[in-house]
Design a protein around this ligand. Structure first.
Ligand SMILES: [Ca+2]
Length: 410
């Protein structure tokens, strides 16, 4: 059973010749195939990249096959025209320049034009005649160097803003000046100079000249500053930030906590008062003057320049001074100890104080001795009429004095 297979009896098949592909397909017979003669292929020249076609041929081919070929105003035709591109590009550039110019011009004019209307927001209360308005002292407001809001300004209005100014008589003389150097004997005592020697310091300048130009009248060094002598101190108003020098031995008092009205008093009762008023840009100095100084003559005022080149006006007898910046008017005035006094002791002191005055936010160094600033005459009346309230923090009454303390013997 195993190991032996049964032999199958398969039927025998007849011999049948087989061929899958007819013989004619091998080229033996039909169909006959003929090849056309074709031009030889172009070979790439050595070093040239790209197609087989030459540049000129390719360009011609592209032109012939490009969309819009043959149509004069087809976008493709226009965009492939160099002349058209240059002209249209220039036109677009011109339009851009005109547009940009108009934009910046518009910006510039729209910024500057509303400026004059801004001051209108300033309260007009300070213009009101003094006696008319009852006053209530308000809480102090620290005014920042930025433009105050209407509320801030309104809250700083106090009795000091509405109390009328009291002007010293213009007939006041000076008390004794033994050495005729300009400082009264009382002032010589204040500045620790010799009342019998007009040139106490021996630095080449008279005692009064040293004091007026803020130099130490007791120092041989002509560059020694008055502020470093200990004879004076610099006062900075806590609300309005103006600064001035005052004799160290004098006392300071504010009429209320608005700090609009500050007095510096000598021991004998003579005083220098500094008052601050809100500046209404729409009101000229002469209009303001007629409201607040009705019994004063504007013709009695002359230009005055501080050591730091702030321009103002003073009464011809040096007892009243007017300054202004973009926001405030400042008045510095002298008060004798009693109304009946015929002579005063400290005219040179108020001169020194006014000469050292600086409006808010300003700083400068003491200039060289004897350098006068009287050549530039920007009067309060004209400078304030054109001024507008801006966000700038620096006062613009006049240029600051250059930082230069070289001395000359002029
Ligand atoms: Ca003297």
């Amino acid at each position: 059973m195993f190991g032996k297979k049964k032999k199958l009896n398969l039927p025998s098949f007849p011999e049948v010749p087989m061929s899958a592909i007819p013989a004619e397909f091998y080229g033996e017979t039909n169909p006959s195939i003929q090849f056309k003669s074709s031009p030889p292929l172009k070979t790439k020249p050595a070093g040239e990249k790209g197609a087989v076609l030459s540049k000129a041929e390719k360009k011609a081919f592209d032109k012939a096959t490009a969309a819009g070929s043959g149509q004069k105003f087809h976008p493709v035709t226009l965009l492939s025209n160099r002349k058209f591109l240059i002209i249209s590009g220039s036109a677009l550039f011109l339009v851009f320049i005109i547009g940009a110019s108009w934009y910046y011009w518009h910006q510039a004019t729209s910024v500057s034009s509303p400026a004059p209307s801004t001051p209108a927001a300033q309260p007009v209360a300070s213009v009101t005649p003094p006696a008319a308005t009852p006053s209530t002292p308000l809480a102090p407001v620290v005014v920042s160097t930025s433009t105050p809001s209407a509320n801030e300004v309104a809250s700083t209005i106090s009795s000091a803003a509405t109390t009328s100014l009291v002007f010293p008589s213009s007939l006041l003389g000076n008390t004794v000046d033994s050495d005729q150097d300009g400082l009264t004997d009382a002032e010589e005592q204040l500045f620790k100079t010799d009342p019998k020697n007009a040139y106490t310091a021996g630095n080449g300048y008279s005692d009064s000249s040293n004091v007026y130009w803020l130099y130490d009248p007791t120092s041989k060094d002509p560059n020694a500053r008055l502020i470093d002598s200990g004879l004076v101190e610099q006062y900075t108003n806590p609300v309005f930030n103006y600064k001035l020098y005052y004799p160290s031995s004098w006392s300071i008092a504010a009429s209320d906590n608005s700090n609009r009205d500050v007095t510096f008093s000598a021991e004998n009762g003579e005083q220098v008062e500094v008052r601050v008023f809100d500046l209404d840009p729409a009101q000229s100095f002469s209009d303001w003057f007629s409201v607040w100084a009705p019994d004063q003559k504007i013709s009695d005022l002359v230009p005055f320049s501080t050591v730091f080149h702030y321009q103002g006006l003073r009464r011809s007898d040096y007892l009243v001074y007017y300054f202004a910046d973009q926001r405030y008017r400042y008045v510095i005035l002298y008060h004798p100890a009693d109304a009946a006094a015929a002579a005063i002791n400290y005219r040179e002191v108020i001169k020194m104080m006014a000469h050292s005055f600086q409006p808010f936010g300003s700083s400068a160094s003491v200039p060289s001795l004897g350098t006068t600033a009287t050549s530039s005459v920007a009067v309060v009346a004209s400078s304030t009429a054109s001024s507008t309230i801006s966000s700038t923090t620096s006062p613009s009454l006049g240029p600051l004095f250059p930082v230069n303390t070289t001395t000359s013997n002029s």
